[in-house]
Design a protein around this ligand. Structure first.
Ligand code: ADP
Ligand code: MG
Length: 363
């Protein structure tokens, strides 16, 4: 069942179009994550769904009903923001109960829902505390609990973990993953700029750029089959390496020229007309490996910087025809030093190729 749909939804502030025609269907129970660079319109889109921003073009449907003109309180949504905005003089219990009291719910019903939410978020021991006596992570869980109590059809989160320190982010992310399992029928839309949150929480990720959807898909689908250069560079960290290339052979196999006489052969079928065209060749840092002299290689270059992180070693390589150094991500610890010249190769199945407009050549 479709829980929410946007049809050519637009948002303009005066002459400035911030959302330029969003088309999206979200199924009931789906966990959808919006990602994209700062300023691309993620919060605006979420606030439009919540009813906090007017829709200036197109249509928004929740549960089959067009809600463009329905006030926020009647949309069946609940929203959790980056800043938790708890009432400082009220206990955790009262913070969670407040909305239901305003709505005139019975005391028993309020108590049942507060205790159920507190239980699912491991807040039962803190119900009598004031917010100032809680950690940042606990406060954000209270804000989430307050939203759960409203029993929303659609749950909206706008970067709920971005004010937390690294350890709390991880703990609270796992809490949200549990919540997702417990509330499997509730549709959730979650905005983040954190790759790990997006990849681990999402059923589907929506990648936005400058007010438009670039691609919608399951996390690994976006990672393995990005629709274009933007998504290829946005999903994955460190980002995919892009090397300027020229198509030297098109057809049932495709060959591209890279730097200094190197070529790469891809198992991608291209139209004969593509021969001679400029292209962008992509390979992810984690797909590259060091090969010994004499072995076939993709490119060679000098190590400009080594970052040894223990679990992985990142090499920054000068040399190939790319404006930025090529990043190589090797598992574990290596004795490679700055200044060494090395050869690198990758499995051709992990190569990516984009046309001059940035669109992916599909396999
Ligand atoms: P994100 O959440 O992806 O960082 P936002 O949705 O907050 O981005 O903002 C998208 C764009 O809309 C930005 O360029 C921002 O400056 C603009 N914007 C947001 N709110 C307003 C407003 N009230 N008036 C004018 N422009 C706005
Ligand atoms: Mg935002």
């Amino acid at each position: 069942m479709t829980a929410l749909s946007l049809k050519d939804a637009r948002k303009a502030y005066g002459a400035v179009e911030v959302l330029r025609g969003i088309n999206l269907e979200i199924e009931q129970g789906e966990f959808i994550v919006f990602v994209g660079p700062s300023g691309c319109g993620k919060s605006t889109l979420l606030r439009m769904i919540a009813g906090l921003e007017e829709v200036t073009g197109g249509d928004l449907y929740i549960g089959g009903q067009r809600v463009n003109d329905v006030p926020p309180s009647r949309r069946g949504i609940a929203m959790v923001f980056q800043s938790y905005a708890l009432y400082p003089h009220m206990t955790v219990y009262d913070n969670m109960a407040f909305g239901m009291r305003i709505a005139g719910e019975s005391r028993q019903e309020i108590d049942r829902r507060v205790r159920a939410a507190a239980d699912s978020l491991q807040l039962t021991a803190y119900l009598d505390r004031l917010p100032k006596a809680l950690s940042g992570g606990q406060r954000q869980r209270v804000a989430i609990g307050r939203a759960i109590c409203r029993d929303p059809k659609v749950f909206l989160f706008d970067e709920p973990l971005s004010n937390l320190d690294a350890a709390l982010r991880v703990a609270t992310r796992i809490e949200i993953a549990r919540l997702k399992e417990q509330m499997a029928d509730t549709t959730m839309i979650y905005v983040t700029h954190d790759q790990v949150e997006a990849m681990t929480l999402a059923d589907r990720i929506v990648v936005l750029s400058a007010g438009r959807i670039e691609q919608v898909g399951a996390p690994l689908e976006l990672y393995e089959r990005p629709a274009n250069l933007f998504v290829a560079k946005f999903i994955g960290s460190p980002a995919m390496n892009i090397i300027k290339a020229k198509i030297s052979e098109a057809g049932s196999t495709t060959r591209v020229d890279l730097q200094a006489g190197r070529t790469a052969t891809l198992d991608i079928v291209t139209d004969a007309s593509q021969k001679g065209k400029p292209a962008s060749f992509g390979v992810r840092p984690e797909d590259l490996r060091v090969v010994t002299d004499g072995e076939d290689y993709l490119f060679e270059g000098e190590v400009a910087l080594v970052e040894a992180l223990g679990e992985v070693t990142l090499l920054y390589i000068n040399g190939p025809a790319s404006e930025e150094p090529i990043v190589v991500k090797l598992a574990g610890i290596h004795s490679i030093k700055k200044g060494e010249r090395l050869h690198f190769a990758a499995d051709p199945a992990r190569f990516h190729l984009f046309d001059e407009n940035g669109r992916t050549y599909r396999r």
